[in-house]
Design a protein. Structure first.
Length: 419
């Protein structure tokens, strides 16, 4: 007899009655909406062949004991963005370890591929995971450009994909029903930050510094639009190249602009070096940014220069939620440090895949349908709820760097925004 289901397992899987099950590898079906409206529970079945190799036979939605289902991770485990990728991998590993500890027959194996934050490597890695490793789902990638490439591969292979890091809004606007995201996108994060700067703090002179990649430009578009909508054009709008470490000229431009606040939309290394350059010259606007800055690596690199910075903060490891507390304790016992947002959201994404497989088996189309129809549940990073496009329905919280740590802003200190 199977053990009693955990909170992660209790849900009724759904599939669209208007979308026939595609043949393996059929990928996109443009006439259909990205994640069609849920219908009745599917009839469970299994097929021999590549999609089921290593997964076993499934009857009535329950996997037979003793079989292994592979889950893929794609992200940077080397290179400048590796701290984000390593956090994701650790979160997924812990999720699969917790799944194994809960029993329920089926075993899960993680297959991790390092894309080094490179789009070409991401494409090759997605091909390997989807076709050679026959994973039931791909978790990742991290860099938005890499995730776009991987999403095309996964869709053509008919393989579900969940990203817990990439926030480019365009990811879920391509009529691709195989891609999901369980983190607030740049539209939500940028709007929350703009509301804080312009509406809560009443600032009027804001400068924008952003990475020259897809992530930086996407967030910059949101901040630019929010500023123009309020009739307060940016006093400075500059792009910087990934890998830059000397920002003396940019710091001088910020000083000349007389900005009251600086929004940095980029990753931790360049952001930390920017705030150090500003601090070294006595330039002290309010520093703010998206969740690319919400990393312990940003604090470690920026040191005292990070004090007072305000960032979007998708995960609070000190939250009172018992699920969060248990996750933080187990993670810290394994790694000697608390988890960040990327570990927590990756844990939740992996657990969503575990839920789906336990209920409908390891057929990719059925897993995709189960993810699309999964009702709201509680994860370690907070509420796990996806909208009709596969995006997270999430409030965006803010945090301030205080005494070398992220401290969540109280409701009286900041406004939140939700979809």
């Amino acid at each position: 007899m199977a053990p009693e289901p955990t909170p992660w397992q209790v849900y009724r899987p759904v599939a669209s009655p208007t979308v026939p099950r595609p043949a393996l590898g059929s990928g996109f079906q443009p006439p259909q909406p990205p994640n069609a409206a849920p219908g009745p529970a599917p009839v469970f079945w299994s097929l021999p062949g590549p999609a089921q190799q290593g997964a076993g036979t499934f009857r009535g939605g329950t996997p037979l004991a003793g079989h292994v289902v592979r889950v893929g991770f794609l992200g940077p485990l080397t290179g400048p963005a590796s701290p984000y990728g390593e956090s994701c991998r650790r979160g997924i590993e812990l999720a699969l370890a917790d799944a194994a500890a809960s029993g329920a027959g089926v075993s899960f194996e993680l297959v991790a591929v390092d894309d080094a934050g490179d789009e070409v490597k991401a494409g090759a890695g997605a091909v390997k995971l989807a076709h050679e490793d026959q994973v039931v789902a791909i978790l990742g990638a991290v860099n938005s450009a890499s995730t776009h490439v991987a999403a095309r591969v996964a869709a053509m292979a008919g393989c579900p994909q969940i990203t817990s890091v990439s926030t480019d809004p365009a990811l879920t606007r391509t009529n691709n029903r195989w891609i999901f995201r369980n983190l607030a996108d740049d539209t939500l994060q940028g709007a929350a930050l703009a509301r804080y700067l312009y509406d809560t703090r009443g600032l009027k002179r804001v400068a924008l510094l952003h990475d020259d990649n897809r992530y930086g430009r996407g967030g910059a578009r949101v901040i630019r639009g929010e500023s123009e909508r309020r009739g307060l054009p940016l006093v400075l709008d500059r792009e910087f190249a990934r890998g830059t470490s000397v920002f003396d000229g940019l710091a001088q431009d910020v000083a000349a602009s007389k900005a009251e606040a600086v929004v940095i939309w980029g990753l931790f290394a360049e952001a930390a070096d920017i705030v150090k350059a500003l601090s070294a010259r006595g330039i002290r606007p309010l520093v703010s940014g998206g969740d690319g800055l919400a990393s312990p690596a940003f604090l470690a690199r920026a040191q005292a220069a990070a004090e007072g910075a305000v960032v979007t903060y998708p995960f609070d490891p000190a939250a009172a939620n018992p699920d969060t507390r248990g996750f933080v304790e187990r993670y810290q016992a394994r790694h000697g440090e608390p988890p960040d947002s990327f570990a927590a959201h990756s844990y939740d994404a992996a657990m969503a895949v575990v839920r789906a497989v336990r209920e409908v088996g390891a057929d990719r189309e059925r897993v995709r349908a189960a993810l699309a129809g999964m009702p709201p549940s509680r994860g370690v990073a907070g509420s796990f709820e996806l909208d009709e496009a596969g995006n997270a329905r999430a409030a965006v919280e803010l945090a301030v760097v205080q005494d070398g740590r992220f401290r969540p802003l109280t409701p009286n200190e900041a406004l939140t925004t939700s979809r």
